[in-house]
Each structure stands twice: as structure tokens, then as C-alpha cells.
Design a protein around this ligand. Sequence first.
Ligand SMILES: *Cc1c(COP(=O)(O)O)cnc(C)c1O
Length: 428
Amino acid sequence: MTTLEDCRALDAQDPLRSLRDQFTLPPGVIYLDGNSLGVLPKAAPARIAEVVAEEWGQGLIRSWNTASWFDLPQRLGDKVARLIGAAPGEVVCTDSTSVNLYKVLFAALSQQKDSGRKLVVSERSNFPTDLYIAESLCRERGFTLKLIDADELQGPGSVLTDEVAVLMLTHVNYRTGAMHDMKAITAAAHAAGALTVWDLAHSAGAVPVALNESNADYAIGCGYKYLNGGPGAPAFVWVHTRHAGKFEQPLSGWWGHAAPFEFTPHYRPAPGVGRYLCGTQPIIALAGLECGLDTVLAAEAFDGGKGGLAALRAKSLALTDLFITLVEERCAGQGLSLVTPREHARRGSQVCLSRSEGAYAIVQALIARGVIGDYRAGDSQMPDILRFGFTPLYLGFEDVWNSVEHLVQVLEAGEWQREEFNRKNAVT
Ligand SMILES: *Cc1c(COP(=O)(O)O)cnc(C)c1O
């Protein structure tokens, strides 16, 4: 049996433990929801105040040049690139994940429009906004969205046929935490003649991503989850350089123009990923995102000079392994099942448990105790889910122990059955 002392010993040996000092966490809270909204970086309030009071208040319009507002999407894009296996100049930070998905999927479909291929393939269990965006684009552009289960991607009966134009997947599933093999799936899609669009919402800043090494085509991701950019922070978008200069941007606003300040009457797209900008950028929000990105990039210092997220990933796996072990040791017989894959290569940075009854109320009871995870509704294939995100930047092993201790208490005393925990809020 694992003990509290074991967990404390792991914290004492943890090379990343000082990274927690970068954040403001409310006292008494164990935050297991960084996969939904990251924690406030300590640097963010002062930096945002400076942008407001100095750069906006004093610099006024001059700040587009003097405070480097104009190239902020590219500058932050270069920081994101380090986290997702991309090169400088290949990423911009802009718009929301949903909007960026519209742009990249449109571009991929345009590239395939003369191929005779009519299918966009995605997973039934993908995040709904991805499916909603794909639905309307397919309708608009004369394609059909085909929804599959992950096991239909491989093997002899694979859905990857010569009818598939685009394979659109989320790298780490938002509910189950299951992670795809990006390189193998991209190779299979390419072998079938399809382009790939990867959503990195639950990957960027959480697991190592190797976009160029995987030879992917398009990718997008979220700024406010593991990147700690703040609520509604700008998202990011990447395109492989082989498509640069060729791909079509449907939202052809002036910020994606090759020379916006020439004010010419006709659109001429910027050469690379810069064309994925549309209109004037949210500078204050981008400033918050930069603070978040810097908290993740601080982990690079612990990778023995190699750069990258290896140390962060190792801790993330150790945290999720520990959580799984403790739940199995201490909550046996309580009706919880593990949904997230045990296999490291297939696991993101979260653990999902399912329960046929009370999942929502158990999460509410935990939140009342300061253990913040979240609930996601099940479907025909899966019961309701309790979802726990583990952000190695600010979580320790004792936090894992304490969160399971609370879970044990909520379950054993039937605390979750109280009426107050069974009323649904608007945002779950
Ligand atoms: C969180 C998330 C989004 C969020 O999209 P927004 O446009 O920021 O609301 C999109 N896709 C996936 C897979 C997500 O997990």
C-alpha cells in the first residue's frame, strides 16, 4: 500500500517542485482542472496592468510599434512552437480554437477539392465544437462528415480509404484522456491520400508533441488550458511549411494581408502562417497568454539543456500513475472504473473515472472540499465521467494523496448523496 510518507518523499525528490512558485493558487484548493482552465501565473496581473496603464494608457497608438504589439501573435507563436515540435515562424497565436479549426479545415478541404474525395473523418467522441465546425463546413463545401470510433483507424478494415479528404482528430481526448499516436496515424492518413488536422487542446503544454517529426499537415490548440493563458485566451494555429504560401485562409481579413498598411483594395495573403490572422489582435489577452506560456517554458530548464517537455512529462505520468494506484488501493468496491489508458504512450495528463451513478454529485462534493475536478456527461458507450487533470507545474504528490483521501471520504460516507450536490450548474 502506498502511504502519505511515500508521497511526501516523492515531493522531496521532485526536481520541478519550485515551478509551483510561479502561480497564485487559492489556499486550501487542490486544482485538478488545469486541463479546462489553467491557473493564474503570478506574473500575469502586473504584466496585464502594465499593458493597460503604460502601453495603452501612455503609449496609446504608438505602442503598436514601440511596445511590439504588432508582431505579438508571431512572437508568442514562436514560444508555442517550442512546445509542439514546430519551428519558429510556423505558429501564430490568434482567435479561438473553434475559429482556428474553421480556418485550417477550410484550407485542407480546399486542397482536396479536385481530388474527388468527399469524406472528412473524425471521432464520434471528439470535442463537440470540433464536430459542429466540421459539420457546417462540410455542408457548405459539399463534403460529408463521417464519425468513427478510434479502433476503426487501424487494421485491415480501416476507414482510411481513397474517399477520405481529411482526417481531423484531437490528439488527447477531452473526456477519456486517451492519446493518439500522431506519427503513425498521420502516416496512415497520408498513405491513404488524406490530409491531417490535429487539435492539440489537451496536448500543448501537457505532453510532448512533435508536429514536424510526425509530418502532420495542420494543427490548432487552446491557450487557456495547460498553457495557463487565462479565460478565453487566444488560441494557436500551425501549418506545415510544405503548405505555406499555398493554403487558403477563408477569413481573409487585413491582418493576414501581405502588407496591411498599404491599404490596397485587393487581398494578397501573407506568405506563411501569418495569413491565419484575421483582424486586429486582442493585445491585453495576448499579454496574459505570454505569462502563461512562460510558466510552461520554464520547465525547459529541467531537461538537461535539451529543451522540451521531457521532465514535465515524466512528472505528469508519475502523478497520474500515483492517482490511479491510490484510487485502486483505496476506493475498491466503490463503483469507480478507470477510463484513461494505463499505457503511458496512450495517456494524456488527466485521469478519468466513470461511475454509473452520482458522478456529477461526487465532483460537486469534492469541489466543496476544495478538490476541483470536473464532470463530463457520458453517452451510449460510456457512463458519466469524473475528470481529473494533473498539471505537473503546480501539483505535487501529496496533493494527489490528499485528493484521493477526500474522494474516499466523499464515497464512504455517502456525502455525495446530499441534495445540494445534486443540483446542476450551467457550466459543468
Ligand atoms: C477546449 C477545447 C476547445 C475549445 O474551443 P474554444 O473555441 O476555445 O471554445 C476546442 N476543441 C477541443 C478539443 C477542446 O478540448
